[in-house]
Design a protein around this ligand. Structure first.
Ligand code: AHR
Length: 329
């Protein structure tokens, strides 16, 4: 029999589920077929709502759960790891079948994931990876190959600047100690390292937020306007940085080469206008794949350790930009 606090936690979760997800409904099925199937219950700890990408990811996972007939408990951690840890503990108390975790940073998960493992609940990492002593604390990872995203950004820059004598780069990176922040930086440098023409003159974190992207760029522009390239780790920060660039009378896409990551509709539109030069895709639309993996885990079946989304880069050299379907985020 659960004690009083955990019953209260369970009731709160039920309420949250009813309020925030449409995935708790009957999915159009008659009640008798619901009764005969065992509905899978999933706890989804989302790290926040910092960008259009993140909001699109949450929406996609909730919609995919509904399509798959999976009952989803969604908790938004509002950018705080401690809230994610609390969410996981609530899911354990509620005895969900599977936990999906989009972790804000890589470190600090050992204890709580050990608790999930001891409770027999498999954990699927979505979007970002973690670093734990025992790799068996999670069942698998589903998301983007961030290292390759960084390499795509670097390869575009090599092509774009093949005749340039010197290339001065500003990097605005994402949340410190998050996987995309680390890997996008490493992949980018991997491509440019060894070519002395490329100099990263400054690298600062904009925490994946539009407001901070703008603030970072304003500060950098106060120091120097002798900048050839902005490499920004997400579209939200890029949109903010572009505001700052235009405010000092420079033309993004012409005076400063703009390379961004994500592929939100707003960034693709700016690429078509010539105000962004390269958009490295990072898709948040992983909900259906997540539900497939969740169903396997709930059935006790193995899943791959790593499942990457299929992605590409969109650049000013492409001749099919006008034919691109709406991005959906
Ligand atoms: O982890 C994926 C990153 O997180 C996306 O690039 C970014 O927009 C989001 O905030």
């Amino acid at each position: 029999m659960p004690n009083r606090p955990s019953r209260i936690a369970a009731l709160c979760l039920l309420l949250i589920c009813a309020l925030f997800t449409t995935a708790c409904g009957t999915n159009g099925k008659p009640p008798e077929s619901i009764a005969s199937e065992r509905t899978i219950l999933v706890g989804f700890s989302q790290l926040g709502a910092e960008s259009g990408w993140r909001v699109g990811n949450t929406r996609d996972v909730i919609a995919a759960a509904e399509r798959a007939g999976v009952r989803l408990m969604y908790l938004n951690a509002e950018q705080a790891q401690e809230n994610q840890i609390k969410a996981i503990r609530s899911f354990i108390a509620y005895q969900v079948d599977v936990i999906t975790l989009a972790p804000i940073v890589e470190e600090g998960w050992d204890t709580v994931l050990r608790e999930a493992k001891d409770a027999g609940i498999p954990v699927l990492l979505t979007d970002r990876a973690i670093s734990v002593e025992d790799e068996n604390l999670f069942a698998g990872f589903l998301g983007s190959d961030f290292l390759e995203e960084g390499r795509r950004a670097g390869r575009f820059l090599l092509e774009k600047t093949k005749d340039a004598p010197l290339v001065r780069i500003v990097e605005i990176s994402g949340t410190i100690n998050s996987t995309p922040m680390k890997q996008r930086a490493i992949g980018f440098r991997e491509i440019l390292d060894g070519d002395p023409r490329y100099e990263i003159i400054t690298s600062v974190s904009g925490d994946f937020l539009r407001s901070k992207g703008k603030e970072c760029m304003e500060n950098i522009l106060k120091e120097t306007i002798d900048i050839d390239v902005l490499y920004s780790h997400n579209d939200a920060m890029t949109l903010g940085a572009i505001e700052a660039i235009e405010a000092v009378g420079l033309r993004p896409g012409e005076d400063i080469i703009i390379i961004t990551v994500d592929g939100e509709q707003g960034a693709i539109d700016l690429l078509k206008e010539g105000r962004i030069n390269c958009v490295v895709e990072c898709t948040p639309l992983i909900g259906d794949m997540a539900m497939e993996l969740v169903k396997k885990l709930a059935a006790g079946e193995p899943i791959p350790r790593v499942t990457y989304s299929r992605e590409r880069a969109f650049t000013e050299f492409d001749d099919d930009l006008d034919a691109l379907p709406a991005r959906g985020y």
